[in-house]
Design a protein around this ligand. Structure first.
Ligand SMILES: *Cc1c(COP(=O)(O)O)cnc(C)c1O
Length: 420
């Protein structure tokens, strides 16, 4: 099946007389004929469902759909993108380990890696997405367990050279974990370029309608966990009757271990109803992504032609630093355009407040056009000097292009810029 078809049909195939649409299994638990049956599920947890803290049929239908779209062998949904990032790391790292991440990542992930993982004893070493191979290689230590990056970084919009990062990760015997939120599998399938694990905040384009927060981890099944660096995969897990994940589950060791250990213990699993809503978003993902790309390119070109705009960042523009990587890895540059308006913060605020159609909100990748001004919103605690040091221009605006008619979006921008 192609992506358009997978979006509609993967993950749930009703049999004779069953509901056309994946049902909402609103149940915390599952019934068995005998005590012996229940016991056998504890011995072999993939045999049946036992409890909705870590598995539920509605959620599993969505997991199968996303795994299929990404070209992975399995997936596990989480109750937020943050939970997906956290668990993708905790499944392979413990206190005393380190990871390497590009610095061009989502602010919440940066804080998770730099502050919270540090408290748990896991060090994160940051590299620049554009550093040369040698600089990135030098960041590796004997205790390094993963390399992490974003396909299209939020909000920097840098496009990662996935094959290069996969090669460096594999030379060092560790997996490449990619956050594919902004691209979605419709625009890029990182596994096909060598990524081992793919994660998403499904809150963004996958849901698309600003309805519910969620995340997902997808396992390519390609990484060799038996290379000596990952004893938790190859040695008996005393918390599960001495199971050896690579031995029992082979290629699915990572994703099954994530569910059996981390989801069991942390329980950040989505509700069936949330998964049902996410599935509605996924059904139109392929169609929506095409239109987001088309609308955003038009908006980016319009901004580029305005003398009130100092800089436009959009990897779909030939003038953009990420253009070559975008051409290689992406089927489209997605829906987010960053601009630096002339006249700094004052003009940025004036422009934002003059918009009538685009809404001012702390969100991105919604079906409706929305804008965010980091200097006065998400990063408002920083002084002008600190903003510059953090790479955030006071005039920077993140413009998330929606699916309204493009002429209405452009007219709104036009009238708002006229006020600046
Ligand atoms: C929003 C976002 C996250 C965090 O996801 P939540 O669903 O908000 O927890 C992680 N990565 C990227 C790229 C994001 O945009």
């Amino acid at each position: 099946m192609r992506d358009e078809t997978k979006c509609l049909h993967s993950g749930y195939t009703p049999k004779n007389g069953e509901p056309r649409v994946v049902p909402i299994y609103q149940s915390t638990t599952y019934v068995f004929d005998s005590t012996e049956e229940v016991g056998s599920v504890f011995d072999e947890p993939t045999k049946a469902l036992i409890y909705s803290r870590f598995a539920n049929p509605t959620v599993m239908a969505v997991e199968a759909k996303i795994a299929d779209l990404e070209g992975g062998i399995g997936a596990m949904c989480t109750s937020s993108g943050q939970a997906a990032s956290l668990m993708s790391i905790l499944n392979i790292c413990h206190a005393g380990d380190s990871i390497i991440s590009t610095a061009q990542i989502y602010g919440g992930t940066f804080n998770l890696f730099a502050v919270t993982l540090k408290k748990l004893g896991i060090e994160c070493i940051f590299v620049d997405a554009n550093d040369d191979d040698e600089t990135i290689r030098k960041a590796f230590k004997p205790n390094t367990k993963a390399l992490f990056g974003e396909t299209i970084a939020n909000p920097a919009l840098t496009v990662l050279d996935i094959e290069r990062f996969a090669r460096i990760a594999h030379e060092n015997g560790v997996p490449l974990i990619m956050d594919n939120t902004f691209a979605t599998p419709v625009l890029c399938k990182p596994i096909s370029y060598g990524a081992d694990i793919v994660i998403h905040s499904t809150t963004k384009y996958m849901d698309g309608h600003a309805l519910q927060v969620g995340g997902v981890i997808v396992d390519s099944g390609n990484f060799d966990w038996t290379n000596g660096k990952f004893p938790e995969f190859t040695e008996p897990d005393e918390s599960y009757h001495g199971i050896c994940y690579t031995e029992t589950y082979g290629k699915a060791a990572y994703i099954i271990k994530a569910r059996m250990q981390l989801m069991r213990d942390f329980g950040a699993y989505p509700a069936a109803h949330s998964a049902f809503l996410l599935n509605l978003g996924l059904e139109t993902l392929s169609m929506r992504m095409k239109q987001y790309c088309e609308n955003a390119l038009t908006v980016a070109k319009y901004f580029e032609s305005s003398d009130k705009i100092e800089k436009v960042i959009y990897p779909g523009l030939e003038s953009d630093a990420g253009y070559a990587n975008a051409q290689k890895y992406l089927k489209g540059a997605s829906g987010v355009v960053s601009i630096v308006i002339k006249g700094g913060k004052a003009n940025a605020v004036k422009f934002m407040d003059s918009l009538k159609l685009a809404s001012n909100e702390v969100h991105v990748a919604d079906i409706r056009t929305c804008v965010l001004h980091p200097a006065s919103e998400t990063h408002r605690q920083l002084t002008e000097e600190q903003l510059v040091a953090a790479g955030i221009n006071p005039g920077l605006i993140r413009f998330s292009v929606g699916l309204e008619n493009i002429d209405d979006i452009i007219e709104d921008i036009e009238q708002a810029l006229a006020n600046v």
